[in-house]
Design a protein around this ligand. Structure first.
Ligand code: ADP
Length: 392
């Protein structure tokens, strides 16, 4: 008797509904939770077919399942993977999870079922699914918006590049006329000029050249930004290109009485875009000349290290404070007072130079201290990246 009472207590303390049915599917045992869950009293359920707790449309199938289970009894979850539903006395339905275990007793075959009401879990799952759905939906909307903005940006960027390309072409043509005719006038072949007229013509010439440089820079940077700058790699003699670059800045250097020194130990030909490499060298050399007071020393050194050419352009000029070593490579960045008194630039030169070096697969950096000169260093692979890829 005591044992039965203990068993009863244990059964009623369980958090899930527990029921036992006999071989005919009649309920022969249930706990309190089962009464509460289904809304029946114990007496109403004892001896009734378990189908009373299952929606009408499933009765026939359940009877079949029971017979089947009788053949292959084992402990398992019922209808695993299916959404099971039970029905209360008042006809309302709710989702359940059921595990079954068979037992054979003196009275015959029995099945114990543990039934859990999963309404709360379902609701939580449903809520989670809804949140996920909302989130996915919002993400998709945001993505679509982003894509549209990107497309608009791309379009605007393309239009800008096209505009700049055509504008700079339009601007360059009359500039070349101005430059050419001012040179002709200065040569005095069409008649003499007095000193004042000569000075005016030289101003026109100098500023027209400056304007041309500016337009070329703007065109370059817009091409770079639109990813439209294409390199045309070819094999060429690097030492000869150094000589050529020095020649094109020599008059600038002479005008400030600078000494130009160069050492090149690049025996092999290198493979790169010749014109662009010259642009890099000329830009670094003109900066060195520009930012060095009269009578300075400008050095250009090139050597091979591993599979790279390492080039340094040094000067004895005004130098650059450490905190500017990165930012000078950004477009339009000019160090505070350095350009005062020197011919103003565009602030684009180093930004273009950096991109040209990087597009070749090299890198560029500066070593400098204020008043102690600057050394710009850059590397270029001996073999062009494109050729390497083709070879691989
Ligand atoms: P800019 O047209 O002004 O020369 P750059 O992009 O070529 O534009 O250079 C950016 C700035 O970096 C310059 O305005 C100058 O302040 C600094 N700079 C560049 N080269 C040197 C140098 N050799 N010595 C000192 N400052 C330099």
């Amino acid at each position: 008797m005591l044992l039965e009472k203990r068993f009863r207590e244990l059964l009623d303390a369980a958090p899930d509904a527990i029921m036992q049915v006999d071989a005919e599917g009649r309920i022969i045992l249930l706990n309190r939770v089962a009464e509460d869950m289904f809304g029946y009293s114990r007496d109403e359920l004892m001896g009734r077919p378990v189908e009373a707790l299952i929606p009408q449309e499933l009765h026939a199938r359940h009877v079949e399942h029971r017979a089947h289970y009788r053949q292959q009894p084992m402990t398992r979850t019922m209808g695993s993977g299916l959404a099971l539903e039970a029905i209360r006395k008042d006809g309302s339905r709710f989702p359940v999870e059921i595990s079954l275990s068979p037992s054979e007793s003196a009275e015959g075959f029995r099945v114990t079922a543990i039934i859990r009401d999963t309404t709360e879990r379902r609701t939580a799952e449903e809520r989670l699914r809804k949140v996920q759905e909302d989130y996915t939906q919002r993400l998709a909307e945001a993505n679509a918006e982003l894509e549209m903005t990107n497309r608009e940006l791309e379009r605007a960027n393309r239009l800008k590049s096209e505009f700049l390309a055509s504008m700079s072409h339009e601007l360059r043509t009359p500039l070349h006329t101005i430059i050419g005719f001012s040179e002709l006038l200065a040569e005095k072949l069409e008649g003499p000029l007095n000193e004042k007229q000569m000075r005016f013509v030289q101003h026109i010439h100098k500023d027209a050249l400056h304007l041309l440089e500016l337009i070329n820079d703007v065109l370059d940077i817009s091409k770079i930004e639109a990813d439209r700058l294409e390199l045309r790699p070819e094999a060429f003699d690097f030492t000869a290109l150094i000589a050529e670059s020095l020649a094109s800045v020599r008059s600038l250097a002479d005008a400030k009485s600078h000494i130009l020194e160069t050492t090149s130990n690049v025996p092999t030909a290198i493979e790169a875009d010749r014109l662009r490499v010259k642009q890099i060298l000329v830009n670094l050399l003109s900066n060195a000349i520009k930012f060095t007071p009269e009578g300075g020393r400008i050095g250009l050194e090139a050597r091979v290290q591993d599979s790279f050419v390492v080039v340094s352009v040094s000067d004895t000029g005004i130098g650059i404070p450490a905190e500017e070593h990165e930012s000078i490579f950004e477009k339009f960045h000019q160090v505070g007072a350095t350009t005062k008194g020197v011919r103003e630039g565009t602030g684009l030169g180093l930004a273009i130079t950096k991109r040209l070096v990087e597009q070749h697969g090299g890198r560029i950096w500066v070593q400098s201290k204020p008043q102690q000169g600057s050394t710009f260093l850059f590397t270029l692979p001996l073999e062009s990246a494109e050729r390497k890829n083709q070879g691989a």
